[in-house]
Design a protein around this ligand. Structure first.
Ligand code: GRF
Length: 213
């Protein structure tokens, strides 16, 4: 059984999607713990409601990024974690931490990577007038939002979409694709071997796509 830790900073709707998948027995793995760098993250309540262990590790309490990361690393080891899932975790991770979890840590980003790395993705899509938008689940590497992409949720931007509606639509898509990728990793449908991603045993050259068009 794959042991999963989820790292959060805020609302935790993606954590909720994973919890719901677990409760609905759509997840072969088990969420063994949730770490937040913010004590008031609502995600913590979501975990506590279903008796998932939580730990607050406030980055502000640590003099250096590396020492904060060491504390998280130790907690992950204590929980004997196999897979780290970043779900709205708003801290940049040190290279040492990322290397330690290479091939065992994934993130979801609200854009069709490599487009729109970084923040304010929905607004940037609207400003550009793109026809398509979405979200990407990817392995985490040292370069921000640049690790191997696994699955993308794709939607068509409607003429009437604004920041609120677009963000909501992308979020809903995230809640579909993130549990799916976690399950694929739990069942070894997706594997990471020596820097290469395999899907059903074959190299994954470009991300899979789930289209809601
Ligand atoms: C999501 O939009 C995700 O793409 C980004 O952070 C947000 C987290 O939302 N990485 P939530 O806390 O899961 O609701």
């Amino acid at each position: 059984m794959i042991k999963i830790a989820v790292l959060v900073s805020g609302n935790g709707s993606n954590l909720q999607a994973l919890i719901d998948a677990q409760l609905g027995q759509h997840l072969s793995g088990k969420i063994v713990g949730v770490i937040s760098n913010k004590a008031d993250a609502y995600a913590l309540e979501r975990a506590q409601q279903v008796q998932i262990e939580t730990r607050v590790i406030e980055h502000k309490a640590y003099p250096k990024r590396e020492i904060f990361d060491d504390a998280m690393h130790q907690q992950l080891l204590d929980w004997d974690v196999d897979l780290v899932v970043l779900a709205g975790f708003m801290r940049i991770l040190s290279e040492k931490f990322v290397r330690a979890w290479e091939g065992k840590m994934i993130n979801i980003h609200p854009s069709l990577l490599p487009l729109y790395k970084g923040m304010h993705t929905h607004q940037r899509v609207l400003n550009t007038g793109d026809m398509f938008h979405g979200c990407t689940v990817h392995y985490v590497t040292a370069e921000l939002d640049a690790g191997p992409a696994l699955l993308q949720g794709v939607l068509k931007v409607n003429q009437h979409d604004n920041l609120t509606t677009l963000a909501k639509r992308v979020h809903e898509l995230e809640h579909v694709i993130y549990p799916q990728v976690v399950e694929w990793i739990c069942t070894q449908t997706i594997q990471y071997q020596a820097g290469q991603v395999l899907y059903k045993g074959q190299p994954l050259i470009k991300p899979l796509q789930f289209c809601q068009i």
